[in-house]
Design a protein around this ligand. Structure first.
Ligand code: NAD
Length: 305
């Protein structure tokens, strides 16, 4: 199957590109390298250094590749940057997504869209949060991702396309940079392996749902086979881990015992975030396979082979 991966020079997108190449077919990566790296694009994929907001340039790639599927991961994915510059965030995440949807329509390609669970539901009353929780984002990033989701739904209603929305929890694994929405694992390992002191903000009892990148890739592949009505699917582990336990597990894996520095809680940070994944289990036949301890060990091995 021939496919386009937007954001394929980034953390998750480069793993998606790897998986597509393994399945066979042509893989075209579109990325403007604002956060991604050229050397993350797998050797077997073709690379187009483009901004997703440049509709005409993207259209030329789509005309050439005629993809059957588009994995849309390119995004302004930095929560703090979205607060600093909400207009730019919306431009990339909403207008850029519309350009991707228009190009996909021209070749009849199915779009699998990488959205967010944590940033979308906000401080949810129901934990783990199912997809039925009313979105109440606490950042422009969560809002623009929701906006992009609404356009996918619109295209499905208007044009009968079968695009799929995947809402990830906090993704971790090899190739993650220590920035962006969920870089805490990368940050901890960066500190622990360089002998620096890790920092815990607030009381360290904030929880997140950490899902390993290969499980997220598997969800993207499973979405291709989905035949049902328009839906967004939570992709996580349905397990809450707090920062203190995550650091303890990271230290166990790294063989370190560093006393962390405590700093005041950061404004706008959620107390708890964890996704209910029953719908993806049932409708996509998908479930996470990687236990946290093993995923952390894999991440560390990739950093220091
Ligand atoms: N990492 C997570 O925990 C997480 C959680 C929820 C959702 N997501 C979503 O998954 C996707 C991938 O996230 P990631 O962690 O791999 O981030 P990443 O920053 O590593 O990858 C994003 C890629 O998009 C590219 N990009 C940014 N703006 C672009 C533009 N205008 N045109 C073309 N390319 C552009 C960047 O260069 C980068 O390579 C994003 O859509 C993000 O919102 C990630």
């Amino acid at each position: 199957m021939d496919a386009v991966v937007t954001g394929g020079a980034g953390f998750i997108g480069s793993h998606v590109a790897d998986a597509l190449l393994e399945r066979g077919g042509r893989v075209a990566v579109i990325d403007n390298l604002v956060g991604g790296r050229r050397d993350r694009v797998p050797a077997g994929a073709e690379f187009h250094e483009l901004d997703i907001r440049d509709h005409d340039a993207m259209q030329a790639v789509f005309d050439d590749v005629q993809p059957a599927a588009v994995f849309h991961l390119a995004a302004q994915a930095d929560v703090r940057a979205s607060v600093e510059n909400p207009g730019f965030d919306a431009d990339v995440n909403v207008r850029g997504t519309i350009a991707v949807l228009e190009c996909a329509r021209s070749t009849g390609a199915r779009v699998v869209f990488s959205s967010t669970g944590g940033a979308l539901y906000g401080e949810a009353e129901t934990i783990p949060s199912p997809e039925a929780v009313e979105p109440a984002p606490m950042s422009p990033y969560g809002t623009s991702k929701h906006g992009a989701e609404l356009y996918l739904g619109l295209f499905n209603r208007l044009y009968g396309t079968r695009h799929v929305v995947l809402r990830y929890s906090n993704v971790y694994g090899p190739r993650q940079d220590p920035h962006g929405e969920a870089g805490v694992v990368a940050i901890f390992f960066g500190k622990l392996t360089s002998g620096a002191t890790p920092v815990i903000f607030g009381d360290g009892r904030q929880t997140r749902d950490y899902v390993y990148v290969s499980d997220v890739v598997a969800a993207n592949m499973a979405a291709l086979a989905y035949e049902g009505p328009h839906r967004a699917f939570n992709i996580g582990t349905q397990t809450e881990t707090d920062v203190i336990d995550l650091l303890a597990e990271s230290q166990r894996v790294a063989g370190t015992d560093v006393t962390p520095e405590h700093r005041p809680a950061r404004l706008g940070e959620l107390d708890r975030s964890c996704l209910d994944i029953a719908l993806a289990r049932r409708e996509l036949g998908w479930q996470p396979a990687m236990p946290l301890g093993e995923g952390l060990a894999e991440t560390l091995r990739a950093l220091h082979p």
